[in-house]
Write a protein that binds this ligand. Structure first.
Ligand SMILES: NC(=O)c1ccc[n+]([C@@H]2O[C@H](COP(=O)([O-])OP(=O)(O)OC[C@H]3O[C@@H](n4cnc5c(N)ncnc54)[C@H](O)[C@@H]3O)[C@@H](O)[C@H]2O)c1
Ligand SMILES: O=C(O)[C@H](O)[C@H](O)COP(=O)(O)O
Length: 379
């Protein structure tokens, strides 16, 4: 069996070595000819899988994407061809939530905001939006959920608000898929008209897909002096992004919100499980077999919980300013924007999730707090 996998897929060799012959490829430049002999194709979000890519292949059995987003996959075409497909829903949702939390902590410090005085409008309350809401619950920050599709689901007992209400919150955090059809398409959900209604005091965070926000409209409003604070992890037209917008962002990164080692590797693991099921093979390997120890193994809290402690705890494990600094250094300076954007992602420095660090305290409520925030097992 010939298995082709994206070179940016951690532990692919470890998970799939028993399935057959493995070939790594560069996701951005994969060609029809390269993939002609594949039985299994494992991609990430930068590879468009469609009729054109698969035109020369008549033996493909399985396509997997080690990502949450599926907007790069023509699922209709795969169904027509009878090719099995699996994605990795939720694989890096915790990573995205930790990115947003780190951004909020950094902005709170920068502008002397008390997070508990703010309300976050979470637009899209699936895996990433829900992980974020759990972390906000842990630190006592108010939030409103907007998700018209889940609002129609009787099994979801959470309260939902209309888009306009979510867009009026102090912080807006976007967690929707990129869609262009259906009752609630998200392409340019934040269009010029909706953006123009934002106030200068608001914070807008986009860590879902760049096309959900009209980047040209954002640039125009910032050039006119609008004060809205921007946190952008994702961009329209990646990797050829609108570089003029960078200097107007408070925090800006190269689509790495989901790039914790756990988040990326969980995507590989989920595809391993899906392929094992398809081939009736036992699932014998697990992510924990391969994850290295994190740099910090244990933090002991010996003081009362307050904003400063929260700040330290979050930033000790993931400080988004590292990725923001790398982005500003590399994009638009060293080499062509698209190459620099992809290189930043390919050479992303190790980042671990809160769960990789055990936090303990002699005060039970502090240990419980850290646990709710997602830190590791209590000792
Ligand atoms: N920046 C990153 O690194 C990164 C990482 C993971 C996911 N993502 C992106 O974030 C998206 C969301 O991820 P997820 O795990 O939460 O997906 P999910 O499918 O679990 O949840 C998405 C939610 O959005 C809702 N939704 C759809 N259209 C909506 C609309 N118009 N208004 C409000 N809600 C709407 C859906 O009902 C669903 O509940 C992914 O599709 C992916 O594109 C980005
Ligand atoms: O949809 C996702 O899971 C994320 O956007 C993911 O982090 C994208 O990473 P990529 O596949 O581009 O490496």
């Amino acid at each position: 069996m010939k298995i082709f996998f994206d070179e940016n897929m951690p532990f692919a060799r470890e998970f799939f070595s028993d399935f057959g012959e493995l070939t790594a490829f560069a996701g951005r430049t994969l060609t029809t000819e390269q993939v002609a002999e594949a039985d299994v194709l494992l991609v990430r979000s930068i590879t468009e899988v469609n009729q054109s890519l698969l035109a020369a292949n008549n033996k493909l059995q399985f396509v997997g994407t080690a990502t949450i987003g599926v907007d790069h996959i023509d699922q209709h075409y795969l169904r027509q061809r009878g090719i099995n497909f699996s994605a990795a829903p939720g694989c890096n949702a915790i990573s995205v939530a930790e990115y947003v939390l780190s951004s909020l902590v950094v902005l709170a410090e920068r502008y002397q905001l008390v997070l508990q005085d703010l309300t976050v409008g979470i637009i899209g309350a699936g895996n990433t939006g829900s992980r974020l809401s759990e972390k906000l619950d842990a630190i006592g920050v108010n939030y409103l959920l907007c998700d018209p599709l889940l609002a129609q689901n009787d099994n979801d007992q959470r309260e939902f608000v209309a888009l306009e209400q979510a867009l009026a919150c102090d912080v807006i955090s976007l967690h929707v898929p990129k869609t262009t059809s259906g009752d609630y398409p998200t392409y340019h959900l934040l269009n010029e008209q909706r953006l123009s209604q934002l106030s200068s005091k608001q914070i807008l965070i986009n860590a879902c897909r760049g096309e959900v926000t009209d980047n040209q409209a954002l640039l125009k409003m910032k050039q006119r002096g609008h004060g809205v604070k921007l946190v952008l992890d994702v961009w329209e037209n990646e990797p050829q992004i609108l570089t003029e917008l960078i200097s107007y962002c408070e925090i800006t990164t190269a689509h790495i919100a989901g790039y914790s080692l756990e988040g990326k590797a969980r995507g590989t693991e989920m595809l391993y499980q899906a392929l094992s099921r398809l081939l009736n093979k036992p699932v014998e390997k697990s992510l924990t077999d391969f994850l290295p120890d994190s740099g910090i193994s244990h933090i002991e809290i010996n003081q009362g919980f307050d904003e400063i402690l929260l700040n330290q705890l979050v930033k000790m494990v993931y400080d988004v300013r590292r990725d923001d600094a790398l982005f500003r250094q590399q994009i638009g300076h060293q080499q062509e924007t698209a190459l620099a954007f992809d290189l930043l992602r390919k050479t992303y420095p190790a980042r671990r999730e809160f769960s990789s660090v055990n936090v303990s305290s002699n005060q039970q409520h502090q240990s419980a707090f850290a646990h709710r925030l997602g830190f590791g097992n209590l000792r």
